[in-house]
Design a protein around this ligand. Structure first.
Ligand code: AMP
Ligand code: MG
Length: 418
């Protein structure tokens, strides 16, 4: 992450654009993590972020056990065993997983074990069923075994007292296994972020309502709502629908959301007569984090803070809003929750077609990913206001400022957005 130079800070105090990296550094600096914690039952932990390291209360596995169905025996008994000099051992017990055997393995004996059964005292190795000749009360072996062959040690997976999962781990199907085995019943987690979303625009009517002259259906509030829910299990924004372009009304709504950690809105951030958010934020006395970023589309994005609430006012153009959401709302949420898994990760891919348009400013282009290739939209398909192709776009192609156009086969940086 880039350091903030004095020039960047000064720029940010005014209303000129900052670069993407500066905006991200400002988010990191100015968005404080949620510190409140709670304890939730393991089964309700999906998507939560650990607020403390979790330690193992016991060893895993808790006892020496067999990794396969076989016979536990003493390796010393098998020394010198060969096809022409087999060793015969008598079988003295059978132990299934979940039970303890009652018999120790003494010289000349073996105990039948199923996978996961505790290895009886006296035995130091296990031979699989299929590698011995089974004869009811006895087994014959024609090869020697080494000490601890096919043998799982108590604590070999993870030892008592060691860290099962670190602070900041997002609880998911990969991390819950060790947590469930740790002995803990309640997970220490950070409070979930409280989020509200709404869109603004006098032209908006709710989906399903007939359109009057000049009106459009509000799609953005649902896009924001769903996009946030998709980012992490259990994120559940309050969706307030749409609001008119009315400074006092919108300011009042935001005043009522002071219990939220994050409010995400769409529309009203550009320089038109009805672009109300400059006035809204001034009226609210909000502290600017940044108010314009040198990326296209989505340049006029505003991120400000009021008390503990971060307000992210995104472009109203649906695709511009989508870009702002990926570029700025993900890092804001990552900073709030401490969950770095929410951040987009850059990858590379090869262009499958030409994208001839020049990019004076850094541009993010929606594209479909096919294997290691990306297909950029054709001219006329990719304007920031167009929604139709959004469903096909998996990634954003990150085109550097000053680029003269992309050609088939060019290797480009992409950000996977789903
Ligand atoms: P704005 O950012 O408010 O200037 O809006 C830019 C463009 O996006 C305009 O064409 C709006 O009509 C359109 N737009 C704004 N909000 C929404 C919304 N909630 N759903 C769909 N389109 C929108
Ligand atoms: Mg508008």
């Amino acid at each position: 992450m880039r350091d903030l130079s004095r020039e960047d800070r000064e720029r940010n105090d005014g209303r000129t654009s900052v670069e993407l990296e500066t905006a991200l550094a400002l988010i990191e600096r100015d968005v404080a993590p949620i510190v409140e914690t709670e304890r939730v039952p393991l089964a309700e932990g999906l998507g939560r972020v650990l607020s403390e390291d979790v330690r193992m209360e016991g060893d895993l596995p808790p006892f020496d056990r067999s990794p396969l169905d076989g016979y536990a025996l003493r390796s010393a008994d098998t020394q010198g065993a060969a096809p022409d000099a087999p060793v015969v051992l008598s079988v003295t017990d059978t132990v299934h997983a979940g039970r303890m055997g009652s018999v120790a393995v003494v010289p000349g004996t073996a105990v039948r074990l199923m996978t996961g059964a505790p290895i009886p005292e006296g035995a130091d190795c296990v031979v699989p069923f299929e590698r011995v000749e089974e004869g009811g009360e006895t087994i014959r072996l024609s090869f020697p075994l080494g000490r601890h062959e096919n043998y799982c040690f108590r604590g070999e997976d993870i030892r008592k007292g060691t860290t099962a999962a670190r602070t900041g781990t997002r609880v998911d199907s990969r991390s819950i296994g060790v947590l469930a085995s740790s002995g803990l019943t309640l997970l220490p987690v950070r409070r979930r972020p409280r989020i509200a979303v709404f869109s603004t625009g006098d032209e908006l009517v709710p989906p399903g309502t007939p359109l009057g002259p000049g009106k459009i259906h509000d799609s953005n509030s649902l896009v924001l709502d769903f996009a946030l829910r998709e980012l992490a299990p259990g994120l559940a924004p309050r969706n307030l629908g749409h609001m008119p372009d009315d400074v006092e009304h919108v300011a009042e709504v935001i005043r009522g959301l002071s219990d939220c950690d994050l409010v995400v809105t769409s529309g009203g951030v550009s320089t038109g007569d009805k672009d109300i958010f400059h006035d809204v934020f001034d009226r609210l006395g909000a502290r600017t984090i940044f108010r314009r970023v040198m990326v296209k589309p989505g340049t006029p994005v505003m991120v400000v803070r009021m008390g503990r609430t971060v307000l992210a006012a995104l472009s109203g153009n649906p695709f511009a809003m989508f870009v702002d959401l990926q570029l700025f709302v993900r890092p804001i949420l990552a900073a709030l929750t401490g969950d770095a898994g929410l951040l987009l990760r850059p990858e590379t891919a090869e262009m499958e077609n030409d994208y001839p348009k020049r990019s004076r400013m850094r541009r993010f282009l929606r594209a479909a990913l096919r294997g290691s290739c990306v297909r950029a939209p054709e001219p006329g398909e990719s304007s920031p206001g167009m929604i139709a192709k959004m469903a096909d776009s998996d990634v954003l192609i990150d085109i550097p400022a000053g680029n003269g156009g992309l050609r088939v086969g060019d290797v480009v940086r992409i950000w996977r957005a789903r």
